[in-house]
Design a protein around this ligand. Structure first.
Ligand code: AMP
Ligand code: GLY
Length: 415
């Protein structure tokens, strides 16, 4: 099986790595990929949001499967174009990807499918915003209606800050605050059936103790020792399958990974958001644990015929990923600083480094090239051991003025 992965971040490096381990996969290609994927795959310089260029490359490579990383690729209609050209694509058409691309559309699907979520109002004028803020009260949750890479959401007790964010966005969704721990669950879908992966937890805030602005995610871990028994099956029955059924009923079948971001509130499970792609950085820990060959699994979604009773096998133990972020991330990340210590980090037992925002210069030096620069993954028999491995490897890395959280998986590891 020849596989083409679209995207250039840590999630795509993790996908390429897991595909590379699948004995049925004979070649992994990435477009554009990054210096990390270059070690295990063939990188192709190309804009992954260009449907014509991607379809042409997939044809030239005789790809048996295209795996889409970022949501922008889906919203550009790349999945539609590939399927029209007869290329199996793991990633939904644009119409179904709107479950992520429009918060208002996601709310509409959830209402139709009776999926539990925060009560919400779509607001376009400052009068509507004022009314909604009054109705829900603090803490205020204000979300840009469009794609914002996890950064379009403001959760604040400060009413003026909430109103200012709404004014800056235009069309927003204002909703009820959901209390309780968050869980990310990825379900693989073939348009009709869905199969869950391991649940993971992401750390969205920039700084330790959940302080600071929302980011794309500063770290993740799996498994979740604190999760109640039966959680995954409950999410599949009350959230994932109803959403998949509703999209199929609308003749926009969902093929790809449906990412349910959930809050476990005192009143029960509530959907915080849906994403139409693998989560970043949760994928880095979930795929680390996957024992079932990934390529074969994703292909059965792309071509149809996924067995809904199938459950992937998982390696025992735990995985923790820590994001090493550039100076200024998330507001204004500084790019172009040299990265050192990767060879030393790789020698730490149980740890390895995935590239997220890196590039090489003409002299072969590795430079930062994005907000989230590296994802350091630690593995071990327990979350405590996985954390120790991850942080020992982080300590080996040199990147001027970089920052990372020191409390990824800390509470879960210490009970
Ligand atoms: P989203 O892009 O919708 O996932 O929002 C980003 C982050 O903001 C989430 O992961 C939560 O941490 C937080 N958030 C979003 N919606 C709510 C809500 N209704 N109540 C509490 N926190 C929320
Ligand atoms: N880690 C959050 C996301 O991928 O949206």
């Amino acid at each position: 099986m020849r596989v083409l992965v679209l995207g250039s971040g840590g999630r795509e490096h993790a996908l390429a790595r897991a595909l590379h381990r699948d004995p049925a996969v004979t070649a992994v290609h990435c477009a554009p990929g990054n210096p990390g994927t270059a070690g295990i795959a063939d990188n192709h310089a190309l804009d992954p949001t260009d449907p014509t260029a991607v379809t042409e490359l997939a044809g030239r490579l005789r790809a048996d499967l295209v795996v889409v990383g970022p949501e922008a690729v889906l919203m550009a209609g790349v999945g539609d174009a590939l399927r029209r050209a007869g290329v199996p694509c793991f990633g939904p058409d644009r119409a179904a990807a709107r479950i992520e691309g429009s918060k208002a559309f996601a709310k509409e699907i959830m209402a139709a499918a009776r999926v539990p979520t925060a009560e919400a109002r779509v607001c376009e004028t400052s009068a509507q915003v004022d009314e909604a803020l009054d109705a829900f009260g603090p803490p205020f949750v204000v979300k840009d209606d469009g794609l914002a890479a996890g950064k379009g959401v403001v959760v604040t007790a400060d009413r003026e800050a909430a109103a200012a964010h709404a004014a800056a966005c235009g069309r927003v969704v204002i909703e009820e605050f959901l209390d309780g721990p968050e869980v990310s669950l990825f379900a693989l879908c073939d348009g009709e059936h869905a199969v869950p992966l391991l649940p993971a937890q992401d750390f969205k805030r920039a700084y330790d103790g959940d302080e600071g602005p929302n980011t794309g995610g500063m770290g993740a871990y799996t498994p979740l020792p604190w999760a109640p028994d039966g959680l995954v099956e409950e999410i599949m029955a009350t959230v994932v399958q109803p959403a998949v059924d509703e999209l199929r009923r609308r003749e926009t079948p969902y093929v790809g990974v449906l990412y349910a971001g959930l809050a476990l509130t005192s009143a029960g499970i509530r959907v915080v958001e849906f994403n139409a792609r693998f989560g970043d950085p949760e994928t880095q820990v979930v795929l680390d644990r996957l024992a079932t060959p990934l390529g074969t699994l994703l292909q059965s979604c792309a071509i149809g015929g996924l067995d809904p009773a199938f459950r992937p096998e998982w390696r025992p133990g735990a995985a923790v990923t820590v994001v090493v972020a550039a100076e200024g991330y998330p507001a204004a990340p500084v790019k172009g600083d040299e990265i050192t210590g990767l060879a030393e980090a790789a020698k730490v037992e149980g740890a390895y480094v995935l590239h997220a925002g890196t590039r090489t210069d003409p002299d072969g030096r590795l430079l930062s090239n994005g907000g989230r620069v590296l994802n350091v993954v630690g593995t071990g028999d327990s979350l405590a051991a996985a954390r120790a491995a991850a942080y020992a490897a982080v300590a080996e890395i040199g990147l001027r003025a970089s920052h990372h959280r020191t409390d990824i998986a800390l509470r879960a590891a210490t009970g």
